[in-house]
Design a binder for this molecule. Structure first.
Ligand code: ADP
Ligand code: MG
Length: 274
Protein backbone atom coordinates (compact mmCIF):
# COMPACT_ATOMS: atom_id res chain seq x y z
CA UNK A 1 0.00 0.00 0.00
CA UNK A 2 1.29 3.46 -0.87
CA UNK A 3 1.53 5.92 1.99
CA UNK A 4 -1.13 8.62 2.00
CA UNK A 5 -0.06 12.07 0.87
CA UNK A 6 -2.40 13.57 3.48
CA UNK A 7 -3.50 11.87 6.68
CA UNK A 8 -5.84 13.85 8.91
CA UNK A 9 -6.70 12.06 12.17
CA UNK A 10 -9.22 13.19 14.76
CA UNK A 11 -8.66 16.84 13.85
CA UNK A 12 -10.41 19.27 16.18
CA UNK A 13 -10.25 23.05 15.89
CA UNK A 14 -11.72 25.64 18.27
CA UNK A 15 -12.09 29.34 17.69
CA UNK A 16 -12.52 32.07 20.27
CA UNK A 17 -11.28 32.66 23.77
CA UNK A 18 -11.08 30.07 26.49
CA UNK A 19 -14.34 31.34 28.00
CA UNK A 20 -16.24 31.46 24.70
CA UNK A 21 -14.97 28.62 22.64
CA UNK A 22 -16.64 27.44 19.46
CA UNK A 23 -15.83 24.08 17.98
CA UNK A 24 -15.48 24.48 14.21
CA UNK A 25 -14.09 20.99 13.53
CA UNK A 26 -14.77 17.94 15.63
CA UNK A 27 -12.63 14.83 15.28
CA UNK A 28 -12.30 14.85 11.49
CA UNK A 29 -10.33 11.99 9.91
CA UNK A 30 -9.54 11.91 6.22
CA UNK A 31 -6.89 10.19 4.16
CA UNK A 32 -5.84 11.22 0.64
CA UNK A 33 -3.80 8.84 -1.53
CA UNK A 34 -1.15 10.06 -4.00
CA UNK A 35 -2.83 11.35 -7.15
CA UNK A 36 -6.31 11.11 -5.69
CA UNK A 37 -8.91 13.90 -5.90
CA UNK A 38 -11.04 14.14 -2.77
CA UNK A 39 -14.00 16.51 -2.74
CA UNK A 40 -15.06 18.02 0.58
CA UNK A 41 -18.59 19.37 0.58
CA UNK A 42 -20.82 21.00 3.15
CA UNK A 43 -22.92 24.10 3.61
CA UNK A 44 -21.56 27.49 4.66
CA UNK A 45 -20.22 27.34 8.21
CA UNK A 46 -19.75 23.54 8.21
CA UNK A 47 -15.98 23.91 8.74
CA UNK A 48 -14.57 23.45 5.22
CA UNK A 49 -12.25 26.45 5.26
CA UNK A 50 -11.21 25.62 8.81
CA UNK A 51 -10.16 22.17 7.59
CA UNK A 52 -8.15 23.74 4.73
CA UNK A 53 -6.51 26.26 7.04
CA UNK A 54 -5.65 23.65 9.66
CA UNK A 55 -4.06 21.38 7.05
CA UNK A 56 -2.00 24.34 5.79
CA UNK A 57 -0.94 25.35 9.30
CA UNK A 58 -2.86 28.63 9.17
CA UNK A 59 -4.98 27.85 12.25
CA UNK A 60 -3.77 25.71 15.16
CA UNK A 61 -5.38 22.35 15.89
CA UNK A 62 -6.63 21.80 19.42
CA UNK A 63 -6.65 18.04 18.92
CA UNK A 64 -5.73 15.33 16.46
CA UNK A 65 -2.98 15.35 13.88
CA UNK A 66 -2.12 16.27 10.29
CA UNK A 67 0.54 14.35 8.37
CA UNK A 68 1.57 15.74 4.97
CA UNK A 69 3.66 13.51 2.76
CA UNK A 70 4.87 11.51 5.75
CA UNK A 71 5.76 14.57 7.85
CA UNK A 72 3.75 15.24 11.01
CA UNK A 73 3.04 18.97 10.70
CA UNK A 74 0.63 19.24 13.63
CA UNK A 75 2.90 21.23 15.92
CA UNK A 76 5.00 22.90 13.23
CA UNK A 77 6.07 26.46 13.90
CA UNK A 78 6.25 29.17 11.23
CA UNK A 79 9.88 28.38 10.39
CA UNK A 80 9.12 24.68 9.86
CA UNK A 81 6.12 25.59 7.69
CA UNK A 82 8.28 27.90 5.56
CA UNK A 83 10.73 25.07 5.01
CA UNK A 84 7.92 22.75 3.96
CA UNK A 85 6.46 25.36 1.59
CA UNK A 86 9.90 26.04 0.14
CA UNK A 87 10.10 22.38 -0.80
CA UNK A 88 6.83 22.89 -2.68
CA UNK A 89 5.17 19.76 -1.26
CA UNK A 90 1.78 21.34 -0.57
CA UNK A 91 0.19 24.32 -2.31
CA UNK A 92 -3.20 26.01 -2.14
CA UNK A 93 -5.79 27.93 -4.13
CA UNK A 94 -8.40 30.06 -2.34
CA UNK A 95 -11.79 31.27 -3.49
CA UNK A 96 -10.52 34.80 -3.96
CA UNK A 97 -7.44 34.72 -6.24
CA UNK A 98 -6.40 38.08 -4.83
CA UNK A 99 -5.63 36.22 -1.60
CA UNK A 100 -3.40 33.68 -3.36
CA UNK A 101 -1.63 36.26 -5.56
CA UNK A 102 0.54 39.24 -4.58
CA UNK A 103 -1.13 42.32 -6.16
CA UNK A 104 2.26 43.96 -6.77
CA UNK A 105 3.79 41.08 -8.75
CA UNK A 106 3.25 40.54 -12.46
CA UNK A 107 1.91 37.16 -13.56
CA UNK A 108 5.43 36.15 -14.56
CA UNK A 109 6.93 37.22 -11.23
CA UNK A 110 4.19 35.39 -9.30
CA UNK A 111 4.78 32.18 -11.21
CA UNK A 112 8.58 32.33 -11.24
CA UNK A 113 8.92 33.08 -7.53
CA UNK A 114 8.20 29.61 -6.07
CA UNK A 115 10.63 28.10 -8.58
CA UNK A 116 13.46 30.51 -7.75
CA UNK A 117 12.80 30.01 -4.03
CA UNK A 118 13.39 26.30 -4.38
CA UNK A 119 16.55 26.94 -6.39
CA UNK A 120 15.63 26.45 -10.07
CA UNK A 121 17.93 28.33 -12.49
CA UNK A 122 16.24 31.40 -14.00
CA UNK A 123 16.00 30.10 -17.60
CA UNK A 124 14.58 26.78 -16.44
CA UNK A 125 12.03 28.65 -14.29
CA UNK A 126 11.01 30.89 -17.22
CA UNK A 127 10.49 27.83 -19.43
CA UNK A 128 8.37 26.06 -16.83
CA UNK A 129 6.25 29.16 -16.26
CA UNK A 130 5.34 29.25 -19.95
CA UNK A 131 4.54 25.55 -19.92
CA UNK A 132 2.18 25.87 -16.92
CA UNK A 133 0.55 29.00 -18.32
CA UNK A 134 -0.36 26.89 -21.35
CA UNK A 135 -1.76 24.15 -19.09
CA UNK A 136 -4.26 26.61 -17.62
CA UNK A 137 -4.96 27.87 -21.14
CA UNK A 138 -3.59 31.37 -20.78
CA UNK A 139 -1.45 33.16 -23.37
CA UNK A 140 2.05 34.56 -22.84
CA UNK A 141 0.76 38.08 -23.46
CA UNK A 142 -0.53 37.98 -19.86
CA UNK A 143 2.91 37.47 -18.32
CA UNK A 144 3.60 41.20 -17.88
CA UNK A 145 0.20 42.00 -16.33
CA UNK A 146 -0.61 42.61 -12.67
CA UNK A 147 -3.47 40.62 -11.04
CA UNK A 148 -5.61 43.78 -11.06
CA UNK A 149 -5.36 43.85 -14.86
CA UNK A 150 -6.88 40.38 -15.31
CA UNK A 151 -10.46 39.13 -15.30
CA UNK A 152 -11.60 37.02 -12.35
CA UNK A 153 -11.37 33.84 -14.40
CA UNK A 154 -7.88 34.64 -15.69
CA UNK A 155 -6.74 35.47 -12.18
CA UNK A 156 -8.00 32.19 -10.78
CA UNK A 157 -6.23 30.30 -13.57
CA UNK A 158 -3.00 32.13 -12.69
CA UNK A 159 -3.53 31.11 -9.05
CA UNK A 160 -3.98 27.49 -10.17
CA UNK A 161 -0.82 27.67 -12.32
CA UNK A 162 1.14 29.13 -9.40
CA UNK A 163 -0.03 26.33 -7.12
CA UNK A 164 1.06 23.72 -9.64
CA UNK A 165 4.26 25.10 -11.08
CA UNK A 166 6.46 23.38 -8.48
CA UNK A 167 4.61 20.11 -9.15
CA UNK A 168 3.52 19.67 -5.53
CA UNK A 169 2.24 16.33 -4.27
CA UNK A 170 -0.85 17.93 -2.75
CA UNK A 171 -2.96 20.99 -3.59
CA UNK A 172 -5.74 22.26 -1.33
CA UNK A 173 -8.39 24.19 -3.28
CA UNK A 174 -10.92 26.03 -1.11
CA UNK A 175 -13.98 26.99 -3.21
CA UNK A 176 -11.82 27.52 -6.32
CA UNK A 177 -14.77 28.08 -8.66
CA UNK A 178 -17.35 29.64 -6.36
CA UNK A 179 -16.52 33.25 -7.28
CA UNK A 180 -16.46 32.56 -11.03
CA UNK A 181 -19.21 33.06 -13.59
CA UNK A 182 -20.52 29.87 -15.16
CA UNK A 183 -18.33 29.97 -18.30
CA UNK A 184 -15.15 30.38 -16.24
CA UNK A 185 -16.36 27.81 -13.74
CA UNK A 186 -16.69 25.21 -16.49
CA UNK A 187 -13.19 26.05 -17.80
CA UNK A 188 -11.52 25.85 -14.39
CA UNK A 189 -13.33 22.58 -13.62
CA UNK A 190 -12.02 21.20 -16.92
CA UNK A 191 -8.50 22.24 -15.96
CA UNK A 192 -8.91 20.53 -12.57
CA UNK A 193 -10.06 17.33 -14.29
CA UNK A 194 -6.93 17.39 -16.46
CA UNK A 195 -4.78 17.91 -13.39
CA UNK A 196 -6.37 14.96 -11.72
CA UNK A 197 -4.79 12.82 -14.39
CA UNK A 198 -1.34 14.40 -13.96
CA UNK A 199 -0.64 12.66 -10.65
CA UNK A 200 -1.06 15.48 -8.12
CA UNK A 201 -3.43 14.86 -5.21
CA UNK A 202 -6.20 17.43 -4.90
CA UNK A 203 -8.47 18.31 -2.01
CA UNK A 204 -11.31 20.14 -3.72
CA UNK A 205 -13.51 22.00 -1.23
CA UNK A 206 -16.89 23.36 -2.31
CA UNK A 207 -20.37 24.09 -0.98
CA UNK A 208 -21.66 22.92 -4.37
CA UNK A 209 -21.96 19.16 -4.82
CA UNK A 210 -22.53 19.66 -8.55
CA UNK A 211 -19.06 21.23 -9.02
CA UNK A 212 -17.32 18.46 -7.09
CA UNK A 213 -19.25 15.42 -8.30
CA UNK A 214 -17.74 15.35 -11.80
CA UNK A 215 -14.18 16.01 -10.62
CA UNK A 216 -13.58 14.02 -7.43
CA UNK A 217 -12.74 10.33 -7.02
CA UNK A 218 -14.08 10.35 -3.48
CA UNK A 219 -16.33 12.77 -1.64
CA UNK A 220 -16.32 13.61 2.06
CA UNK A 221 -19.35 15.36 3.54
CA UNK A 222 -18.87 17.85 6.40
CA UNK A 223 -21.85 18.74 8.55
CA UNK A 224 -21.50 21.05 11.55
CA UNK A 225 -17.80 20.33 11.90
CA UNK A 226 -18.07 16.56 11.60
CA UNK A 227 -17.46 14.26 8.64
CA UNK A 228 -20.74 12.43 8.33
CA UNK A 229 -20.04 10.43 5.18
CA UNK A 230 -17.11 9.51 2.91
CA UNK A 231 -17.38 7.42 -0.21
CA UNK A 232 -16.68 7.19 -3.91
CA UNK A 233 -18.22 10.08 -5.83
CA UNK A 234 -20.66 7.68 -7.51
CA UNK A 235 -21.78 6.13 -4.21
CA UNK A 236 -22.29 9.47 -2.49
CA UNK A 237 -24.34 10.80 -5.40
CA UNK A 238 -26.33 7.64 -6.12
CA UNK A 239 -26.60 6.11 -2.67
CA UNK A 240 -26.23 8.90 -0.10
CA UNK A 241 -26.48 7.42 3.40
CA UNK A 242 -26.64 10.33 5.82
CA UNK A 243 -29.82 12.51 5.80
CA UNK A 244 -27.66 15.60 5.23
CA UNK A 245 -26.03 14.05 2.18
CA UNK A 246 -29.47 13.08 0.88
CA UNK A 247 -30.53 16.68 1.31
CA UNK A 248 -27.46 17.92 -0.61
CA UNK A 249 -28.03 15.45 -3.43
CA UNK A 250 -31.75 16.27 -3.50
CA UNK A 251 -30.98 19.98 -3.73
CA UNK A 252 -28.66 19.58 -6.72
CA UNK A 253 -31.19 19.03 -9.52
CA UNK A 254 -28.54 18.73 -12.23
CA UNK A 255 -27.15 15.59 -10.62
CA UNK A 256 -30.13 13.31 -10.77
CA UNK A 257 -33.25 12.90 -12.82
CA UNK A 258 -35.61 13.30 -9.91
CA UNK A 259 -34.53 15.84 -7.30
CA UNK A 260 -36.13 15.51 -3.88
CA UNK A 261 -39.32 17.52 -3.76
CA UNK A 262 -39.99 20.13 -1.12
CA UNK A 263 -41.79 17.75 1.21
CA UNK A 264 -38.89 15.27 1.04
CA UNK A 265 -36.37 18.04 1.74
CA UNK A 266 -38.43 19.24 4.70
CA UNK A 267 -38.57 15.69 6.04
CA UNK A 268 -34.76 15.34 5.79
CA UNK A 269 -34.27 18.75 7.48
CA UNK A 270 -36.54 17.62 10.32
CA UNK A 271 -34.50 14.41 10.73
CA UNK A 272 -31.32 16.50 10.96
CA UNK A 273 -32.77 18.90 13.51
CA UNK A 274 -34.15 16.12 15.72
P1 ADP B 1 -17.08 26.96 5.73
O1 ADP B 1 -15.78 27.20 5.03
O2 ADP B 1 -17.60 25.58 5.58
O3 ADP B 1 -18.11 27.98 5.38
P2 ADP B 1 -15.65 27.80 8.11
O4 ADP B 1 -14.57 26.82 8.34
O5 ADP B 1 -15.28 29.10 7.50
O6 ADP B 1 -16.84 27.12 7.32
O7 ADP B 1 -16.36 28.11 9.51
C1 ADP B 1 -16.75 27.10 10.41
C2 ADP B 1 -17.29 27.73 11.69
O8 ADP B 1 -16.24 28.41 12.37
C3 ADP B 1 -18.37 28.77 11.44
O9 ADP B 1 -19.29 28.70 12.48
C4 ADP B 1 -17.62 30.08 11.50
O10 ADP B 1 -18.47 31.12 11.91
C5 ADP B 1 -16.53 29.79 12.51
N1 ADP B 1 -15.29 30.56 12.22
C6 ADP B 1 -14.58 30.53 11.09
N2 ADP B 1 -13.49 31.31 11.16
C7 ADP B 1 -13.51 31.85 12.40
C8 ADP B 1 -12.64 32.76 13.11
N3 ADP B 1 -11.53 33.23 12.56
N4 ADP B 1 -12.98 33.08 14.37
C9 ADP B 1 -14.10 32.60 14.96
N5 ADP B 1 -14.94 31.74 14.35
C10 ADP B 1 -14.67 31.37 13.09
MG1 MG C 1 -15.26 28.45 3.43
Amino acid sequence: MTAAVLEVSGLTVHYGTRRRRRRALDGVSLSVAPGETVGVIGETGSGKSTLARAVLGLVPASGGSVVVDGEDVTGHNERQWRALRRRGVVQYVFQDPLRSLDPDLTVEESLVEPLLVRGDPREEAARRVREFLGRVRLGEELLARLPGELSGGQRQRVAVARALVTEPRLVILDEPVSALDSANRVQVLDILKELRDSGVALVFISHDLGSVAGTADRIAVLYRGELVETGTAADVVNRPGHPYTRLLVGSAPTLRGAPADRAERARLRAMLDA
